[in-house]
Design a binder for this molecule. Structure first.
Ligand code: TXA
Ligand code: MG
Length: 331
């Protein structure tokens, strides 16, 4: 058998290795302290073992991610999650039972075993049990994996293996192809501090769904929507495509075009509308893919028109990402 990893080689990356052999290579490269692209049901992640400091360091370097932005840890069971935190409150247990494996990251006080490099010095750690079968196969072999979305810092998250490969062309890393992501938006990030749940980042596990489960179990827990300060990576400008994106509250017309051109100091040649449709699940699934596609077709401006019916539930997460991806909003 070949002895490849040592953070792989471009040659190997190019080779069309698929199936179980590729999975085993990904596992080996992670065991050796490399990073690898892995599919999840939300977006693709750039993974490293939590007990390989060189892998964790490489995530930050490859992503060009500032060290103040903590990584989340992926696990393959509740027991594994519990081994990383100091407390496991009943409310959290109910939420985990209802939504794990799935698009929910739980933020809880960490044990000393979780390196401060992973949590950017915070005393809490975000943990997620993902649902994608390939991610789980890898996790069962490697143990917990730190994995942010597999994109350069501040940019659009990848929802296919090809997006990851394109984003990190210069790097020696393997990407496990698990097909297009089913959800297409990053997980809900939820904290619990003793009596209050905090949504640091909205996602497919919506406030309505969370409240429903807690109410059904008889909890009268308080809620707060946290600012980006508390979730350091969820900044005002994030998830951005490589050309400007503008959020409009009405259809594009000559007046709006002129206003956009003035604000951006450009003459627009081929603005393109990112149409979301009325079905939130589909809109979330195709959002990032469509952004990339319109850019690759040569559009010099993307715009989204917000329709009054597109609200509540998953739309909250969709608008959260679009507002952060947008250069500005025009009413
Ligand atoms: O769906 C997802 O969550 C994807 C897939 C790969 O699992 N991962 C992902 O990771 O989106 P990332 O690093 O791109 O986003 C994680 C978010 C960041 O905004 C980060 O600041 C926040 O979670 N976060 C991580 N640890 C935290 C903590 N201890 N307290 C508050 N926010 C935290
Ligand atoms: Mg991200």
């Amino acid at each position: 058998m070949t002895t490849v990893p040592q953070c792989v080689t471009n040659l190997l990356k190019m080779a069309q290795i698929i199936g179980p052999e590729k999975l085993n290579l990904v596992v080996r490269s992670l065991d050796e302290g490399c990073v690898a692209g892995i599919p999840t049901e939300t977006v693709y992640g750039l993974a490293a073992r939590i007990d390989r400091p060189e892998g964790i360091e490489k995530i930050f370097r490859v992503k060009e991610r500032p060290f103040f932005d903590p990584l989340i840890v992926h696990v393959a069971s509740v027991a594994q999650a519990q081994s990383l935190v100091k407390v496991w409150p009943t409310e959290v247990d109910e939420v985990a039972k209802a939504f794990w494996p799935g698009p929910l990251t739980l933020v809880l006080p960490k044990t000393g075993d979780v390196s401060p490099w992973i949590t950017s010095g915070l005393e809490t750690v975000g943990i997620r049990w993902p649902k994608h079968e390939l991610a789980l196969e890898v996790l069962r072999k490697t143990g917990p994996l730190a994995a942010p979305s597999a994109n350069k810092f501040g940019r659009t998250s990848p929802t296919t293996a090809a997006h990851v490969a394109a984003e990190f062309q210069q790097e020696d890393l393997l990407v496990l192809d698990g097909g297009p992501c089913e959800i297409g938006l990053e997980s809900t990030v939820l904290g619990f501090d003793g009596d209050t749940f905090k949504i640091y980042r909205p996602g497919a596990v919506t406030e309505e769904l969370l409240e429903g489960v807690l109410r059904q179990k008889g909890f009268t827990t308080k809620w707060v929507r946290e600012s980006s300060v508390a979730s350091p990576g969820h900044l005002q400008h994030h998830y951005m495509p490589t050309v400007p994106l503008v959020l409009l509250e009405r259809d594009l017309d000559a007046e709006l075009i002129q206003e956009i051109e003035t604000r951006l100091a450009v003459t627009l040649k081929s603005p393109a509308e990112l149409e979301l449709g009325m079905e939130a699940t589909l809109a979330a699934r195709k959002l990032y893919e469509e952004m990339r596609q319109l850019v690759s077709l040569g559009s010099d401006l993307l715009y989204v028109v917000r329709r009054p019916e597109q609200k509540g539930g998953l739309w909250n997460a969709i608008w959260d990402r679009i507002e952060r991806a947008a250069t500005f909003t025009l009413r």
